[in-house]
Design a protein around this ligand. Structure first.
Ligand code: ADP
Length: 271
């Protein structure tokens, strides 16, 4: 569950990135968040992960009031979330199995559980045959499947997918959304940020459009609604395939930090 009540974010530079945004995504929902570059989508995601705090208003995610959440509770909160990144963030030196298993290892899950759970989520994303492959032996679509399995392994209530199809072939994008839809059918709430309007048009469902820090559209669309899309949305930005991969240790550090430590800046609520 995600709820924003009159939330505003003003960066120290003076930029108003979100302006009095109210929004509720119930348990079990699937919502697309769309909007052009600079609209405030990343700011919203950072809020939901408690990487930043709202300047005003209340943010509630999975029952946690993030405006009041103590810093030491952030890891516990983050374990209720799964996160899928545009650039996959797999650890190149680890196999598919290991990339997923290590998420459970850092939270000290029992070995027996890991041995059952990891093959299970790998089968959910249809990658049984690639279990022992390394990321550079996988296609973009397969890498994103691994990332989705990793997001799922901890059985989160909510998965936030930030442009999950941004670095993969357009035809495979549909499969990734199908997969997320299938996961949603099992009860996991999904919030997917995208600027791929063809996908949104194709799948329909709840569409939240952020423009200049405000929600200008929040409705459930069935089927294709060309007029709304044409009016509200700008052309997709070109896909940039990221060739530079950070070294594996820094990725591991980042993922572990996201799961365990948190990187929340600026909250002094423990003081
Ligand atoms: P989107 O993800 O939709 O592209 P962002 O949330 O990144 O949009 O940005 C919303 C606005 O906030 C933009 O004007 C952007 O320049 C500004 N912004 C984003 N991050 C920061 C930051 N750390 N400091 C100052 N301004 C920022």
């Amino acid at each position: 569950m995600v709820e924003l009540q009159n939330v505003s974010v003003t960066y120290s530079s003076g930029v108003d990135a979100l302006n009095n945004v109210s929004l509720k995504i119930n348990d079990g929902d699937f919502a697309f968040v769309v909007g052009s570059s600079g609209a405030g989508k990343s700011t919203m995601i950072k809020l939901l992960l408690k990487e930043i705090d709202a300047t005003s208003g209340v943010v509630t995610v999975n029952g946690y009031n993030l405006s009041k959440l103590k810093r030491r509770k952030i890891p516990e909160f983050r374990r209720t979330l799964g996160f899928v990144f545009q650039d996959f963030r797999l650890i190149p030196s680890m196999t598919v199995y290991e990339n997923i298993a290590f998420v459970l290892r850092v939270i000290d899950a029992p070995k027996k559980f890991i041995r059952k759970r990891v093959p299970y989520v790998i089968s959910l994303v249809g990658l049984q045959a690639k279990s022992n492959s390394y990321p550079d032996e996988l296609s973009g679509g397969e890498k994103q499947r691994v990332a989705i399995a990793r997001a799922l392994v901890n059985d989160p209530q909510l998965i936030i997918a930030d442009e999950p199809t941004g670095n993969i072939d357009p035809e495979l994008s549909y499969e990734i959304v199908e997969l997320l839809k299938g996961i949603n059918d099992q009860g996991t709430t999904i919030l997917m940020v995208t600027h791929e309007h063809d996908l949104v048009r194709h799948f329909g469902g709840r569409i939240i459009n952020i423009t200049e820090g405000e929600i200008v559209f929040d409705e459930i669309i069935t089927g294709i609604s060309e007029e709304v899309i044409a009016e509200e949305y700008t052309e997709p930005e070109p896909v940039i395939v990221q060739e530079e991969i950070p070294d594996s240790q820094s990725i591991a550090d980042e993922v572990i930090a996201a799961i365990r430590e948190g990187s929340a800046g600026g909250d002094t609520d423990e003081a």
